[in-house]
Ligand binder design. Structure first.
Ligand code: PLP
Length: 391
């Protein structure tokens, strides 16, 4: 192994070990559960409130809306279900084109495909890994025109209906700028803020800028309900649609049971919501531990010219869900060596998702120039990031 390469790899693992101190790393982002969760679960069982009957779902929704500052929060069975429902709620339908970053988890694209719509891939800003609004504007100017108040793709003749930006690893992008571009091109926004509970842009919570935002409470997220998600919105219409459609389209009636067809069961069970109630009480504590951990990583990597630690941008507050480094001169060989060594040392590292436009089944969909996506994805490594490690 060339000496520089060996030095880079050895120093990387040395620094990770120094940062996490004596804390045991069990996974990339393990849940932080304690006595409150045990107590609340016992209560659920004692009262037989584990499924659709119970108080905790409503309580958890209130706590989420208070924390994020939105009028309405509706819990769902997963973040993916939240995305699917939010897209349906704003009227996404057959052949609508929906803009998403290619450097992205597949959930929003799956939700788009389940609406029979078409994902349309765009590039990111390497400084925050979110959609680059400026590049998007230039791209839309080239490929789209506004006709009858709708954004039409000149090549495909289809309506470009919405954008689903993502807060990657809890980092915020310039959402205000993106909103301006979307307004100009008549596009709706559903924010994939699955990874961004506790992330703010100019003191406003992630997922509260567009028509709706979606959270995930999967086991690896900053707070967990075991599995679950939520739709955030200030729109009564979206709220009512989502509320009805998490429950097989059940219509309001004093006693009759009437359901609107074409809807599924996306409810969060009460037992999961109960864990959420206990977890969200510790959210600020988790955020402070995660900030400590990020500060320590940042300090160590400051001395390293080869490694760039991704920090929150101006005007934004990251939840530092997953700490992220970019290795400047990495190639696929070094990358492989790093991940194999991590396995050997039992240090959980993670690459970012392979860009979606490279996926065999997604290659056919429209895309912009993806130069940043193509160059950045190989450089990214996620470091162990559990709140517990920030102690
Ligand atoms: C960016 C992003 N979007 C959507 C999701 C989907 O959330 P869930 O796993 O709760 O369905 C996740 C979770 O892994 C995610 O990271």
């Amino acid at each position: 192994m060339a000496t520089n390469e060996a030095k880079l790899i050895n120093n990387l693992f040395r620094d990770i070990k120094r940062v996490v101190k004596n804390n045991k790393i069990n996974s990339l982002h393990e849940p932080y559960l304690g006595n409150n969760e045990k107590k609340i679960l016992n209560e659920c069982i004692k009262k037989n409130e584990v499924s659709s009957v119970g108080r905790y779902r409503q309580k958890f929704e209130k706590l989420i809306s208070e924390y994020t500052g939105v009028k309405y929060a509706v819990t769902t069975s997963s973040g993916t279900a939240a995305l699917h429902l939010a897209l349906k709620a704003i009227g996404v339908r057959n052949n609508h084109e929906i803009i998403v970053p290619s450097l992205n988890f597949v959930a929003s694209v799956n939700a788009i495909l389940y609406c029979n719509a078409i994902p349309h891939f765009v590039d990111i800003n390497p400084n925050n890994l979110g959609i680059d609004p400026k590049a998007l504007e230039i791209y839309l100017k080239n490929i789209a025109l506004i006709k009858n108040n709708k954004c039409i793709n000149k090549k495909t003749n289809k309506i470009i209906f919405a954008v689903v930006p993502v807060y990657v690893f809890g980092n915020s992008y310039d959402i205000e700028k993106l909103k301006r571009v979307c307004k100009k091109f008549k596009l709706k926004i559903i924010e994939d803020s699955a990874e961004a509970l506790g992330t703010f842009y100019k003191k406003k919570h992630a997922g509260t800028f567009g028509e709706a935002g979606c959270l995930s409470f999967n086991g690896n997220k900053i707070i967990t309900t075991g599995g679950g998600g939520a739709v955030l919105t200030n729109s009564k219409k979206i709220y009512e649609f989502v509320k009805r459609n998490i429950f097989n389209g059940k219509l309001k009636h004093d006693y009759e049971l009437i359901y609107e067809p074409n809807s599924l069961n996306f409810r969060m069970p009460d037992i999961n919501a109960a864990i959420g109630c206990a977890q969200i009480k510790n959210l600020n504590y988790f955020l402070s531990l995660k900030r400590n951990l990020a500060k320590r990583y940042s300090k160590f990597f400051k001395k390293n010219n080869e490694i760039f630690f991704l920090k929150e941008n101006l005007f934004t507050k990251s939840n530092y869900w997953l700490n992220t480094i970019l290795i400047r001169n990495i190639n696929l060989k070094i990358r492989k060596k790093i991940f194999l060594k991590a396995k050997k040392l039992n240090i959980p590292l993670r690459p970012i998702w392979t860009p979606l436009h490279k996926n065999n089944k997604l290659k056919k969909f429209p895309k912009s120039n993806l130069k940043n996506t193509n160059s950045v994805f190989k450089k990214i490594i996620n470091l162990p990031s559990s709140a517990i490690l920030g102690k």
